[in-house]
Design a protein around this ligand. Structure first.
Ligand code: PLP
Length: 405
C-alpha cells in the first residue's frame, strides 16, 4: 500500500460521512465587507455576501487599520526578522502589549502568532511547570485549550459545561497541595452561549484556583472598551489570565494573554510556542493596536452589530426558522445532518449569493450540524431580509420534500 492510499482511505471515509471540508475560495474586497467574490470551479468570479465571518465588526477593512498597516510596512518592511528573543522584538510589539495590558487592566500582556498558539503555549507551560498542576477544563473548551492541556501532561479534570456547581465539587475533591487551574471561555463560538463568569470566578476564589478565561469571541465585542464579557461584568481584576485574539473582532491576526507581570514573564521565559517562532510582522502589530485603540473609544460598531443581530433573530422567528436562543452575537441555525447542511449551504451560495460555511464534525458533535450566522454592522437590513427570504424558500422546499417522502 502506498502512503497516498493510506491518506485516501481516511479522506474517503470523511467524504462518505459528509464531513469532508470544501473551502470556499474568496476574494475579499477592501472597504466592501461583507461583500466579496467567490472564485467558482470554472474560474469565474461571482459576487456574494459573507455571513459567517469572524471579522465580526469589519475592522479588517477599517480605513485607519488598513492605512496603519500600509504605513508601517513602508517604515519597517514586511517581516519581523526573527523570534522575539533574537532580533524580532520591535517597538510595535511592545506598544501593542501595553495597549492590551491597558485593555484588560492588567500589569502586562504577551503576544503570540495566533489565539490558538496563545492557548496552546500558555496552558501547556502552566500545566507542565507549576508544581502538582491540575487543569480543570470546561467540557466544551476549544481545541487549542484541549491541545495545550494535553501537551502539558498535567492531570486534567473535565467539568460540566458552564456548571459552577460541578466545578466546585471537582475542585473540592482535589488534594490540598494541587495547583489548580480553571480553564474556560466566555462566549462559546458554536452555540453562542456565555459562561456564568462571576459564579465560576467565585468558585475559583473559594478554592484558591487560578482562573484562565478565553475571550477570543468576546474581545472587541463586549464591554465599554471592548475588553470582553469580563469587562462588561466588572470581573477582569478577579481573573488571573485573560486570553484573546487579534484575528476576529480586531480584524487582523495574532493572539495574546494578559495578566500579572510575573505571569507574563513566566510564559515568555518558558513557553516553547512563544520562544521558538518568528514574531508577528511589525505592521500587523501596529494595525492590531490601531484596531484595539479604535474599539476602546468607539461603541458605534458594537451598537450597530447588536442591532443587526437582534433584527436577524426577529426576522428568523417571524419566518419560523429555528435558531439557538443565546445571549451572544452568534446565530446558529440547526440542520442536524452533515449532508443536508452542505446542500443548503451550496444552494444558498449558488442561487442566492449567500455564503455561510456548513459547520460539521469535528467542529461540532455529529448530529448537531448547523449554519452559523454572524451578522455584522455592515450587513444592511436588505441583506438580512434577503437571507431570511432565501432560508424561507429552502425551508418550504424541505417541508415539501418531507411531505412527498
Ligand atoms: N479560542 C477559541 C474559543 C476559538 O474559537 C479560536 C478560534 O476560532 C481560538 C481560540 C483560536 O484563535 P485564532 O483564530 O486567533 O487562532
Amino acid at each position: 500500500m502506498t502512503f497516498d492510499a493510506l491518506f485516501q482511505a481516511q479522506l474517503d471515509q470523511l467524504k462518505s460521512e459528509g464531513n469532508y471540508r470544501i473551502f470556499a475560495e474568496l476574494e475579499r474586497q477592501c472597504g466592501a465587507h461583507p461583500r466579496a467574490q467567490n472564485i467558482c470551479d470554472a474560474g469565474e468570479k461571482r459576487d456574494i455576501t459573507v455571513w459567517c465571518s469572524n471579522d465580526y465588526l469589519g475592522m479588517g477593512q477599517h480605513p485607519d487599520v488598513v492605512a496603519r498597516m500600509q504605513e508601517v510596512v513602508g517604515q519597517c518592511g514586511a517581516g519581523a526578522g526573527g523570534t522575539r528573543n533574537i532580533s524580532g522584538t520591535n517597538s510595535h510589539h511592545v506598544a501593542l502589549e501595553a495597549e492590551l495590558a491597558d485593555l484588560h487592566n492588567k500589569e502586562a500582556a504577551l503576544l503570540f502568532t495566533s489565539g490558538y498558539v496563545s492557548n496552546w503555549a500558555a496552558l501547556s507551560t502552566l500545566g507542565s511547570r507549576l508544581p502538582n498542576a491540575v487543569i480543570l477544563s470546561d467540557a466544551l473548551n476549544h481545541a487549542s485549550m484541549i491541545e495545550g492541556i494535553r501537551h502539558s501532561r498535567a492531570q486534567k479534570v473535565i467539568w460540566r459545561h458552564n456548571d459552577p456547581e460541578d466545578l466546585d465539587r471537582k475542585l473540592a475533591a482535589l488534594p490540598a497541595n494541587a495547583t489548580k487551574i480553571v480553564a474556560f471561555e466566555s462566549v462559546y463560538s458554536m452555540d453562542g452561549d456565555i459562561a456564568p463568569i462571576r459564579e465560576i470566578v467565585e468558585v475559583c476564589e473559594k478554592h484558591g484556583a487560578m482562573s484562565y478565561i478565553d475571550e477570543v469571541h468576546a474581545v472587541g465585542m463586549y464591554g465599554p472598551r471592548g475588553g470582553g464579557v469580563a469587562e462588561r461584568e466588572g470581573l477582569m481584576d478577579r481573573i488571573t489570565l485573560i486570553e484573546g485574539t487579534l484575528g476576529k473582532a480586531y480584524g487582523v491576526v495574532g493572539g495574546y494573554i494578559a495578566g500579572s507581570r510575573a505571569l507574563c514573564d513566566f510564559i515568555r521565559s518558558f513557553a516553547s510556542g512563544f520562544i521558538f517562532t518568528t514574531a508577528l510582522p511589525p505592521a500587523i502589530a501596529a494595525a492590531a493596536q490601531t484596531s484595539i485603540a479604535h474599539l476602546k473609544v468607539s461603541g458605534e460598531e458594537r451598537a450597530r452589530q447588536q442591532r443587526q443581530v437582534a433584527l436577524l433573530r426577529k426576522l428568523l422567528d417571524r419566518a419560523g426558522i429555528p435558531h439557538l436562543d443565546n445571549p451572544s452575537h452568534i446565530i446558529p441555525v440547526m440542520i442536524k445532518d452533515p449532508v443536508k447542511c452542505r446542500q443548503i449551504a451550496d444552494i444558498l451560495m449558488q442561487d442566492f449569493g449567500i455564503y455561510v460555511q456548513p459547520i460539521n464534525y469535528p467542529t461540532v458533535p455529529k448530529g448537531t450540524e448547523r449554519l452559523r450566522f454572524t451578522p455584522g454592522p455592515n450587513h444592511t437590513d436588505a441583506d438580512l431580509h434577503h437571507l431570511v427570504n432565501a432560508l424561507t424558500v429552502l425551508w418550504k422546499q424541505c417541508a415539501l420534500s418531507h411531505a412527498v417522502a
